[in-house]
Design a protein around this ligand. Structure first.
Ligand SMILES: NC(=O)c1ccc[n+]([C@@H]2O[C@H](COP(=O)([O-])OP(=O)(O)OC[C@H]3O[C@@H](n4cnc5c(N)ncnc54)[C@H](O)[C@@H]3O)[C@@H](O)[C@H]2O)c1
Ligand SMILES: [Zn+2]
Length: 348
């Protein structure tokens, strides 16, 4: 199945998790990390071997938790040949990857993503982070894992809310990729993903291939990789303001709708795109509206821009496979785009 993904480091296949985890854990100097929820559903033979367990969720993606993790790695005597095995969602792989990049100035790590967001997105591409100063991913490094093992059957225990949230990230990647993948994703029932049916495994693989291609061309996010921020400039602002009421993927889904509304201003945009996205998101049970103060969201988007010392860049979908970057559309157009998820909008 891993055919088109960078086969040397990414493996996607159903049922490979336990044997892959065992073979890594048999080696010397492997430090295994997970979170409480994931540890509770892992096979005992893997769970018993964990060296560190984070509290679950975005609120654990902190400097304090990173510090505790680094202390534990040091106390375990992990040397420069050590290896971090991160088993969990995007939070575990983001913080585990960051710890691996800092310990002894950087050791190798392996990602075994267990959530849908993790499997299609977070584990691949080398971005590691914790949140600091109220912003998202404000402290981090680029430190790609040596290997990524994706077993979609792990999604069976993922809580529904997080499965749904992952679909927003899947849809985002599909929009960047093109019509074929977008159609396949829009047609996919949530249950097929939960059961790791072949159509779902195929979609995960193609999302990874899409991201892999963009990341290979642009690891440090100066060019084409930026397209993957589709939905994320709005989304990160929603997420930062709503924590912990919105999870990452939910915020990204809302962000996609705002970005589509911005795109609809272009004469060559595909008519009805926003409505199609809204329909898919709501069929999967994702929020398509969110009560918010537009001024607060716009302020948060500016703050985020300042923290990153950059210009505000919006990734805008015109049609599946036609996604462009607009630099600072201005407050008025951004406010108009926010109306896409405001409470009194129609679904046209
Ligand atoms: N580095 C990147 O390129 C990148 C890309 C996308 C997202 N992210 C980051 O990833 C995070 C979101 O990832 P996420 O949605 O996986 O969050 P998460 O890691 O918090 O996982 C979601 C929840 O599901 C639980 N869980 C995960 N897998 C499970 C399983 N198989 N069975 C039962 N429970 C399970 C977790 O304990 C958690 O409560 C955000 O912090 C985001 O910034 C990073
Ligand atoms: Zn994301």
């Amino acid at each position: 199945v891993s055919g088109s993904v960078n086969a040397s480091i990414v493996r996607v296949d159903t049922g490979i998790f336990t044997s892959q985890a065992h073979s890594l854990l048999e080696r010397q100097g492997v430090f295994a990390l997970s979170d409480e929820n994931v540890a509770a559903v892992l096979p005992a033979t893997v769970a018993d071997r964990l060296d560190h367990i984070l509290p679950p969720g975005e609120t654990a993606k902190t400097w304090e938790q990173l510090g505790r993790l680094l202390e534990a790695m040091d106390a375990a005597g992990l040397d420069r040949d050590g290896h971090v095995l991160a088993i969990g969602g995007g939070v575990v792989t983001d913080i585990g990857g960051l710890a691996a990049s800092l310990h002894r100035r950087g050791i190798a790590w392996t990602a075994m993503p267990t959530s849908l967001v993790g499997q299609v997105d977070a584990a691949l591409g080398g971005k590691t982070a914790v949140n600091l100063g109220g912003g998202k991913n404000t402290v981090g490094t680029f430190h790609p894992p040596a290997a990524i093992v994706v077993d979609p059957t792990l999604l069976a225990t993922l809580p529904d809310r997080h499965l749904r949230a992952g679909m927003a990230e899947v849809l985002k990647t599909a929009l960047v990729s093109g019509t074929d993948l977008t159609e396949a994703v829009i047609d996919l029932p949530l249950s097929a993903m939960a059961r790791a049916e072949p159509a779902a495994v195929d979609i995960i693989t193609r999302c990874l291939a899409t991201k892999d291609e963009l990341v290979t061309a642009d690891l440090t996010d100066q060019g084409p990789r930026r397209l993957l921020n589709l939905g994320h400039t709005f989304g990160h602002a929603f997420e930062a303001l709503a924590l912990p009421d919105l999870v990452h993927g939910e915020a990204v889904g809302l962000g996609l709708l705002c970005a589509a509304r911005l795109g609809a201003e272009q004469p060559d945009a595909e008519p009805g795109l926003e409505g199609r996205l809204r329909e898919a998101l709501s069929r999967w049970g994702l929020p398509t509206t969110w009560e918010h103060d537009p001024q607060a969201v716009l302020d948060e988007m500016r703050r985020d821009k300042k923290r990153r010392a950059g210009t505000l860049r919006l990734v805008v979908p015109l049609a599946p496979g036609r996604v462009e970057i607009q630099s600072d559309p201005g407050r008025q157009r951004l406010a108009a785009a926010l109306a896409a998820v405001g409470h009194s909008v129609s679904t046209s």
